[in-house]
Design a protein around this ligand. Structure first.
Ligand code: NI
Length: 181
């Protein structure tokens, strides 16, 4: 197991578009394992390879049911909860509806904001063995997939907020960075 360093904005790689995976080999499987270790260690529910400085289109997601705000209402549990999702070269083939969720990001510590996303998405991706996955996602899972695909496209959180809010947070983060140096 290896926990990788999670890069924080303004790391350039966060604003760089990742490239499709073409080789599904043991090195890729090991990388996916490290991504899960890193995500769990950081307490995140999703992680894109850009965030650990790698420009391959690889995303991992695991959304714990126990942390859901509906965890006391078993009927709201979805089949995607508590499942390890590996999404390589993911594509959204169809979207429907609208949802607004307060999102956070491991690359933007202590920053949370409401982002508008599609409420449902239909996804095509490959797992780490090169097997094609086609599935439908709703609720937090749909939000998470759209957030992670943004990372792969080099789109950061700021581009989904109001410009005013983004400017305030950018200044705060840059100031914090300077103080830490
Ligand atoms: Ni993120």
């Amino acid at each position: 197991m290896s926990v990788l360093d999670v890069l924080v904005w303004p790391a350039k790689v966060l604003e760089t578009k990742a490239v499709p995976v073409t080789h599904f080999d043991d090195a890729l499987k090991a990388f996916v394992t490290n991504m899960f270790d890193t995500m769990l260690d950081s307490g995140g529910i999703g992680l894109a390879a850009n965030q650990v400085g790698d420009l391959r289109r690889v995303v991992v997601i695991e959304i714990p049911w126990a942390e859901s705000k509906y965890a006391d209402q078993e009927e709201k549990r979805e089949p995607w909860h508590n499942k390890r999702w590996v999404l390589i070269n993911p594509e959204i083939t169809k979207k429907a509806g609208k949802i607004r969720w307060q999102e956070g990001c491991l690359s933007f510590p202590e920053v949370y904001d409401f982002v508008d996303r599609a409420a449902e998405v239909w996804v095509k991706a490959f797992d780490e063995h090169g097997k094609l996955l086609e599935f439908h996602a709703n609720d937090l899972f749909a939000v998470c997939i759209q957030h992670e695909i943004d990372h792969l496209d080099g789109i950061v959180f700021f581009q989904r907020m109001s410009r005013l809010k983004a400017d305030i947070i950018k200044k705060k983060m840059l100031r914090r960075g300077l103080v830490n140096e």
